[in-house]
Design a protein around this ligand. Structure first.
Ligand code: 9YT
Length: 165
C-alpha cells in the first residue's frame, strides 16, 4: 500500500526558527547559520520565506528577501530539503509559492548563489528557469578569496533567473 501525505507550504513564524536550524544541520549541504539567524528569518522575513511541512514535521525551508536596493529582485538565500524528501520538487514548489505572494509583487528576477558541490541546487535553478520560460545566467559571485581561509568555504557562484512573466 502506498500512503501519500500532503505537504503544506506556509509562511514561517518565530517558533519555526529552531526546527529550521535542525533541518539545515541535518540536510548537510548548506552553511549552518546560528539558531538566532533562523529565528530572525522566520520572524522579520516571514513574508518571503517558506516552510514545507508534512505531518507537522519541517521537511523544507526557503529563505529569501527582496534585495534592498533592487525592488524587482528576490534574493534566495537557502533552499533546504530534508534528505528523506529529495527529488520530489519541494525546492521548486517553495520558490513558486513565495512568488505567488503579495510580498513578491513586482519581482522580475531571482538571484541566488550556489557552491560548486551543490549540484542538485544548480540543476534545480536551471530547471526552474525552463519551467518559468525564462533564462538562468551565471556570474562569478563570491569567489573563495572573500571567505576567511580557515572557513574553507567554497566559492559561491551567482545565478540570475529572469525576467519573470
Ligand atoms: C540556494 C542555496 O541554498 N544557496 C546556498 C548558499 C550558501 N551556500 C548557504 O547559505 O548555504
Amino acid at each position: 500500500m502506498i500512503t501519500e501525505t500532503a505537504i503544506c507550504y506556509r509562511e514561517p513564524g518565530t517558533a519555526d526558527g529552531m526546527k529550521v536550524w535542525q533541518l539545515i544541520r541535518q540536510a548537510g549541504s548548506l552553511d549552518v547559520n546560528s539558531p538566532y539567524c533562523y529565528i530572525m528569518l522566520c520572524d522579520y522575513f516571514r513574508r518571503t520565506c517558506v516552510v514545507a511541512e508534512e505531518n507537522g514535521e519541517t521537511v523544507g525551508f526557503l529563505s529569501a528577501y527582496r534585495a534592498p536596493d533592487r525592488e524587482d529582485t528576490l534574493f534566495i538565500w537557502q533552499v533546504a530539503v530534508a534528505n528523506t524528501h529529495r527529488g520530489r520538487g519541494l525546492g521548486k514548489t517553495m520558490i513558486k509559492t513565495v512568488l505567488e505572494r503579495e510580498a513578491c509583487r513586482g519581482v522580475r528576477y531571482l538571484e541566488t548563489t550556489v557552491t560548486p558541490s551543490n549540484i542538485a541546487s544548480r540543476r534545480m535553478f536551471f530547471g526552474l528557469a525552463a519551467e518559468l520560460q525564462t533564462i538562468c545566467e551565471s556570474e562569478q559571485g563570491y569567489e573563495e578569496r572573500f571567505f576567511p581561509q580557515e572557513s574553507r568555504h567554497e566559492p559561491e557562484r551567482l545565478f540570475r533567473i529572469g525576467p519573470l512573466a
